[in-house]
Design a protein around this ligand. Structure first.
Ligand code: DC
Length: 224
């Protein structure tokens, strides 16, 4: 049984998906991390997101794979574990800009579909319910207002050891809106709610409440 969780940046997908996977005894697959690892490669090799030809040529040189240690997903970029380098804003923005490319998506979607064939997965991203796993038994579209997401991200950054260059909530919110717009309006696999997905707005819900709701939906699917 597969659970697809899609939604905009900062809605809490990865936190929620990780807990749901644990409770369901499934494997958690963070597809955003794959796009981020690919973005890191482009950044390190100074490939511009506007240069589609260079992006596509570089794909032959990029190998992304996943391994699990103590149930935690690690992303390997050409054999090197880059997991700890993927969360930065610059990498997220580059991932958003380069994930518009159809060939980039093709490569990662194939890897994601292969993973879902080997085990029950809880997979989060933008196109999981619509493109990657259209037959997933449970589909969730997890959202929250842009302001709520910006405040959450601000709190997260504030608690990091190096909080010297802390952006304002307004700056983060503007960034989030830009990213939403790009993710929702791109030509290939834009972020949108699958027709059969259940929308959950996490703005006024705790993590536990969201998890509870998803587990209920999953249980009712199993019962039918
Ligand atoms: O979920 P995230 O913030 O880690 O994702 C980073 C970017 O990757 C996001 O802005 C769009 C892209 N992405 C995508 O296009 N499709 C996915 N399934 C996951 C992420």
């Amino acid at each position: 049984m597969n659970i697809a969780i899609d939604g905009p940046a900062g809605a809490g997908k990865s936190t929620i998906a990780r807990i749901v996977a644990k409770k369901e005894g499934s494997i958690y697959v963070d597809t955003g991390a794959m796009y981020r690892a690919m973005a890191l490669y482009f950044m390190e090799n100074k490939i511009s997101p506007d240069d589609q030809k260079a992006l596509e040529e570089a794909l032959a040189e990029v190998d992304i794979s996943i391994s699990y240690r103590d149930g935690v997903q690690h992303i390997l970029l050409n054999g090197e574990d880059v997991t700890d380098r993927l969360r930065e804003e610059t990498v997220g923005n580059m991932a958003s800009a380069t994930s518009v490319n159809a060939k980039v998506r093709e490569k990662l979607v194939a890897l994601q579909q292969k993973l879902a064939k080997t085990a029950s997965v809880v997979m989060d991203g933008r196109d999981i319910g619509t493109v990657v796993l259209p037959d997933a038994e449970v589909k969730i579209y997890l959202t929250a207002s842009a302001h709520t997401r910006a405040v959450r991200r601000y709190e997260e950054l504030k608690n990091k050891p190096d909080a010297s260059n802390l952006p304002s909530v307004e700056q983060i919110e503007a960034d989030i809106k830009d990213r939403d717009y790009r993710d929702m309006h791109r030509e290939h696999s834009p972020l949108k709610k699958a027709d059969d997905a259940v929308e959950v707005d996490s703005s006024d819900l705790t993590i536990e409440e969201v998890v509870e709701r998803i587990l209920e939906i999953s249980a009712s699917k199993k019962a039918n």
